[in-house]
Design a protein around this ligand. Structure first.
Ligand SMILES: [Mn+2]
Length: 335
């Protein structure tokens, strides 16, 4: 068994839900793990005689769309919630589903997630903070319980794990992750097909946007902090979409000598910050919380309603203080 305790409770929940209607909710601006988890859970629920549908405020990103297949799907604005209970996936916080869905469903029946900051807000909680992805939790429970994992489900779970591990590079990439992926491949997941869809259909506008982000990178704090920015103008002038900036922050983090990499971008009249560290030791979830956000220890984010310059200044100062505090706690002086 991968998750004995969670799987036992999940089995009981499935029995309770037979014949019911379930909306499987994901977070705003969904990523591969969110969509992959929604697709997989919705399909497995349907296979168990549960009338399930995935519901999102936003459409899946362009490169993730092909993995939805024939899974029942609705946008929040077109959805009638009467008679449905909800299961949230990959949502560290109930407000992550967006105001519209939160208003429709003040109560979350089940909360399935892997964010360390998740306060277990559901009536039933399946939160495994040490795992790489919500898709890993779902895959483990499905295999534990012998539930049917069809090819679309397997592929969706593989997408969730491959994206949330940064293509099997992040510290959360364990032996169990590879074991589960091997089983997903046996059920029809294709790593080559996923790689082609996700990484080998880059629009030129995205590369133009990347050039601007790379051009904006600045080093601070003896080269241990790297910040790059993207303004609304950068998106307009390159013709890139906001989802194209996904993953750019890794370039800042990946620089030699850098401990914390950041991307600060103007987005929907807000300023969005993405934070990445090379190790979990830097507790970026805590740094993001200072700005009203959250996430994982090595990868976190936030939204702010201040001008971009002001956010950068505050963030840099907070990051320096945070970095020094983390150094002291680890008993090291500098890098
Ligand atoms: Mn995730």
């Amino acid at each position: 068994m991968y998750f004995p305790e969670l799987s036992e409770r999940f089995k009981q929940l499935l029995a309770e839900l037979r014949g019911r209607r379930v909306a499987v909710l994901g977070h705003l601006r969904p990523d591969g793990d969110c969509i992959g988890s929604q697709v997989a859970l919705t399909r497995v629920l349907c296979s168990q005689g549960i009338d399930a549908i995935a519901v999102n405020r936003d459409d899946p990103p362009r490169v993730i769309q092909p993995f939805v297949g024939d899974t029942p799907w609705a946008l929040a604005k077109d959805f009638t919630p009467e008679g449905y209970v909800t299961m949230n996936v990959d949502c560290a916080d109930p407000i992550r589903v967006g105001m519209l869905l939160e208003g429709m469903f003040p109560e979350t029946l089940a909360n399935i997630d892997h964010h360390v900051s998740n306060p277990s807000y559901g009536r039933h909680n399946f939160v495994a903070p040490a795992t790489s992805a919500t898709a890993e939790v779902l895959a483990g429970m499905f295999f534990d319980l012998g539930l049917p994992v069809d090819a679309v489900t397997a592929q969706a779970l593989y997408v969730g794990i491959a994206t949330d591990t940064g293509q099997f590079r992040f510290p959360t990439t364990t032996g169990q992750v590879f074991e589960l992926c091997a089983r997903l491949c046996a059920c029809g997941a294709s790593p080559a097909e996923v790689a082609r869809e996700l990484f080998e259909q880059e629009p030129l506008a995205k590369l133009k946007l990347l050039r601007r982000y790379l051009g904006s990178l600045r080093l601070y704090h003896s080269g241990r902090i790297c910040i790059g920015v993207l303004r609304e103008q950068d998106f307009q002038e390159t013709g890139a979409e906001h989802e194209d900036a996904e993953g750019f922050v890794d370039y800042a983090r990946d620089l030699d000598g850098v401990d914390i990499g950041m991307l600060v971008q103007e987005f929907e009249n807000q300023v969005k910050g993405s934070l990445r560290a090379k190790t979990r030791a830097y507790r970026l979830d805590q740094l993001a919380q200072e700005f009203g956000g959250g996430g994982h220890a090595p990868a976190a984010g936030f939204n702010q309603h201040r001008p971009l310059e002001e956010v950068c200044e505050l963030l840099l100062r907070a990051a320096e203080v945070h970095l020094e505090k983390m150094d002291r706690e680890r008993g090291t002086v500098g890098a």
